[in-house]
Design a protein around this ligand. Structure first.
Ligand SMILES: [Zn+2]
Ligand SMILES: [Zn+2]
Length: 193
C-alpha cells in the first residue's frame, strides 16, 4: 500500500488508457480522484471509455461464424494448428468455438467435449453441435424410435451404432460414420470436377 501512495503518473496514465474508471483507479492505486481526473483531462481522454471487456464472447463469436447452405456454419477465425478445431481467444485464453455455439443454443455450459453432429466437420452452427450427454441422448432417442424391433447394433458397413447412430430432424435413423464417408466422397468428386 505504501508503494502505491505515490503512484507514478505512468501508472495512472496506463490505467486511464486501459479504460478503467477514475473511481476504480483511485481505489486501486490509492491516489486522489482529483489527481486522476486532472491527468485524464491533460491527456484529453474521454470521461467514459467503453472497456473492451464489455464486448461479450458471443459477440466475438458472431464476427467469425459464417452461415453456409444447409444450416451449417463455417469458422473464419483461429484454429488449432494440429486438430484444426475452431478457436476463439477472449479474455487472454482460447475457447472452443463449438463450445460457445452450444452455449448460445442452450444457455448453459457444455459437459465434456462439444462436436458437430451434422456430418460437416468443425461446423459451428449452434443447432448442429452437441455435448457428450447430448450425443448420448441422441443415441437413446435412436433406440426409442426403433421401438419394438430389435435395434441394429451395426450398420451394413459394420459401424457400431451405439457410437455412430443418429436421428435426423425428420426422425429418420442413420449411421453418421457412413454419412461422413458419403459426404467426403462427394466433396472429393466436387474437388475433382
Ligand atoms: Zn452443420
Ligand atoms: Zn455406418
Amino acid at each position: 500500500m505504501a508503494n502505491h501512495a505515490n503512484a507514478s503518473r505512468e501508472e495512472i496514465t496506463a490505467a486511464l488508457r486501459a479504460g478503467h474508471p477514475v473511481n476504480q483507479i483511485a481505489a486501486d492505486l490509492h491516489v486522489d480522484r482529483a489527481r486522476v481526473r486532472a491527468i485524464r483531462n491533460e491527456l484529453g481522454l474521454p470521461a467514459h471509455v467503453r472497456a473492451i471487456e464489455t464486448v461479450t464472447i458471443e459477440d466475438r463469436w458472431r464476427e467469425y461464424a459464417k452461415p453456409l447452405p444447409g444450416g451449417h456454419m463455417d469458422w473464419t477465425g483461429e484454429r488449432n494448428a494440429t486438430s484444426n478445431r475452431p478457436l476463439l481467444s477472449h479474455g487472454y485464453r482460447h475457447h472452443s468455438a463449438a463450445g460457445i455455439a452450444f452455449r448460445i443454443r442452450t444457455g448453459r455450459d457444455p459437459v465434456g467435449q462439444v462436436r458437430a453432429d451434422c456430418g460437416m466437420q468443425h461446423c459451428v452452427a449452434p443447432d448442429h453441435v452437441e455435448d457428450a450427454p447430448g450425443r448420448r441422448r441422441n443415441r437413446e432417442q435412436l433406440r426409442y424410435i426403433s421401438g419394438g424391433r430389435a435395434l441394429q447394433e451395426r450398420c451394413r458397413n459394420d459401424h457400431d451404432q451405439a457410437e455412430h447412430g443418429r436421428v435426423a430432424a425428420d426422425g429418420r435413423a442413420y449411421c453418421n460414420a457412413c454419412k461422413r464417408a458419403r459426404d467426403a466422397r462427394s466433396q472429393a468428386r466436387r474437388d475433382a470436377a
